[in-house]
Ligand binder design. Structure first.
Ligand code: ZN
Ligand code: MN
Length: 152
């Protein structure tokens, strides 16, 4: 995606979240809007702590419970993807809430969203091999990013 397309997509994602939240028991405070904006716009897969720190820059009285609650509601609405890790350092992707492959650096923990063309084919193959209907997938690749390869 180009810069302008990316900016448009971030706006679109925020609009989609707000549309889904309409009619739910959700009071849109400036703090909550800031949390939604971070999640809709970030391609970095932030942790709860990172989101909390960023929101507090603007709204110092925000509680971490507000961050957790907002994310829980978005999860319920399928508007954020949770990447769970065994050490509990979960990361969140509200920019692309649908299943997609990730590549994860085990050293600096940078996570990217590469566009991999063969994923659809893989789903199809899984369906054909097993007879299951496939509604979702989790596909994580682990390794070292280029920077960490050079600095090790
Ligand atoms: Zn790295
Ligand atoms: Mn992602």
């Amino acid at each position: 995606m180009k810069g302008t397309e990316r900016a448009k997509w971030k706006e679109e994602r925020l609009a989609q979240m707000l549309a889904k939240l309409k009619g739910r028991d959700f009071r849109l405070t400036p703090q909550r809007l800031a949390i939604l904006t971070i999640l809709a716009g970030s391609e970095e897969h932030p942790t709860v702590d990172e989101i909390y720190t960023e929101v507090r820059n603007k709204f110092p009285t925000t509680s971490i419970a507000t961050v957790y609650k907002t994310i829980a509601l978005l999860k319920e609405l399928n508007e954020v993807l949770e990447l769970g890790f065994p050490d509990g350092s979960n990361r969140y992707d509200g920019n692309r809430p649908y299943p997609h492959p990730h590549v994860i650096c085990m050293k600096c923990r940078k996570i990217l969203d590469p566009e991999i063309a063969s994923v659809d084919q893989l789903s199809e193959e899984m369906k054909n091999k097993t007879g299951y209907t496939i509604s979702s997938h989790r596909l994580d690749f682990f390794g070292l990013c280029p920077e960490c390869q050079h600095n090790s």
